[in-house]
Design a protein. Structure first.
Length: 414
């Protein structure tokens, strides 16, 4: 949710590993002590410059209450963690005990994980938002613990709206195109809508549009790619790009670049996610911001919901008690809510939302949770599908036929 939640799975190595091992609480090497039931390794991605320090603070607090349990922390960049995990899982001695990642289904399919009920108490399980708990489950068994949530909502530059004569945020795609055209016509390097279809996280923007057409990447039993609704969503993106109301070269623009341009006041609308609020507060606190539900084909609100997860590997099975003690501590309301607030995401526990009442991220984004649709994270083939979307979907903004691109994505994801 790097910015927000993104991706990893044992079956997909996205990029060359860039190992950035970080030491905390007595690190003794990758994997640590595989025999000591009170020696745990925790492998996490960096969501921000402060992620490492926040985990270290949590570990110190836990060890003050549980001095017999040692926790070795490793922090990797999001660009590296996919390859790091794939490499580490080749041996029990290097497999982490607890992993923070998004895609978990491949690990569950390979019978590598503790069920969630074995690594936290029932109070934690019942506190988790039911939709996100379901997204962390396969066949009725919850295998992952959602860490925090990210959804999308439309961010609008109110000043550009006023200058362009756009009275209200658009609710439908037709209204979005009209508003974007008016803003684009202001000139001066201003773009109407930020459409990031570069390879960084193109599956996110694409899903906003396919879900907005009533589509899905799964029918509940198998992955679905070339469906009428998904095709509607992709064609709508192509039409927006063809209309010339987006930033230049949308097919090769990454999300971070669109966010930076919006924060600088050069784009009228983007699909925003929670950490953008903190970026605005830091870089351009005077930006005249208004938020609204993401426009859809019909005007009925739908949003993309994303959650990264914590999973625990069984390995020899002798570390379950220590894992359970640590994760119960982590999900206690004061610890959990402080971590979520600092990383600028949405809490996925009811107690966390109560604790964060009044927080700008929670107040802005928590109301979108009831309309969230999810990636099919419970399908072990989803990681391959999202990788294919990232690599292929941008070509529609360069003239490729949406139907053929969906067919190609489906082929590559097999």
């Amino acid at each position: 949710m790097r910015v927000p939640p993104r991706g990893a799975c044992t079956i997909l190595a996205l990029l060359t590993a860039v190992l950035m091992t970080v030491t905390a609480c007595g690190f003794r090497g990758r994997g640590g002590d595989t025999t000591d039931p009170n020696a745990l390794t925790l492998l996490v991605p960096a969501y921000s410059d402060g992620t490492r320090a926040r985990w270290q603070e949590i570990i110190r607090g836990f060890r003050a209450l549980n001095p017999s349990i040692r926790i070795d922390l490793r922090v990797e960049s999001w660009d590296a963690i996919n390859e790091v995990v794939r490499t580490d899982l080749q041996s029990p001695s290097t497999t982490p005990d607890i992993l923070n990642i998004d895609a978990y289904a491949g690990f569950a399919a390979d019978d590598m994980l503790f069920p969630a009920r074995d690594i936290v108490g029932p109070g934690v399980l019942s506190d988790i938002d039911p939709g996100f708990a379901g997204n962390a489950s396969i066949g009725g068994t919850q295998w992952a613990l959602p860490l925090f949530a990210s959804t999308r909502t439309l961010f609008c530059n109110s000043d550009l709206f006023a200058r362009a004569g756009v009275a209200a945020p658009p609710r439908t795609w037709a209204e979005l195109t009209d508003a974007a055209r008016r803003i684009q016509n202001l000139g001066g390097g201003i773009s109407g809508y930020g459409l990031p279809l570069g390879s960084e996280e193109a599956q996110g923007e694409t899903s906003v549009w396919t879900f907005g057409a009533g589509g899905s990447w799964s029918d509940g039993h198998r992955l679905t790619v070339h469906t009428p609704a998904n095709l509607d969503g992709v064609r709508a993106m192509r039409a927006l790009a063809d209309a010339g109301v987006t930033q230049p070269n949308p097919g090769a623009t990454d999300r971070k670049d669109v966010i930076n341009a919006f924060v600088a006041g050069r784009i009228g609308m983007i699909e925003g996610l929670p950490p953008v609020l903190s970026t605005i507060a830091q870089r351009n606190p005077g930006l005249p911001l208004r938020t609204a539900p993401a426009p859809t084909k019909s005007g009925n609100p739908v949003t993309l919901g994303v959650a990264d997860n914590l999973v625990a590997f069984r390995k020899g099975g002798n570390k379950q008690n220590a894992i359970r003690q640590f994760l119960n501590y982590f999900y206690s309301p004061p610890v959990y809510s402080n971590f979520v607030r600092a990383e600028h995401f949405i809490p996925i526990t009811a107690s966390g939302r109560r604790a964060l009442a009044g927080d700008p991220v929670t107040d802005t984004f928590a109301p979108t949770l009831p309309t969230a649709h999810f990636y099919p994270s419970g399908d072990p083939h989803w990681a391959a599908l999202q990788g294919a979307i990232r690599q292929q979907i941008g070509t529609i903004a360069q003239g490729a036929d949406p139907a053929r691109i969906l067919d190609r994505i489906a082929q590559e994801a097999r």
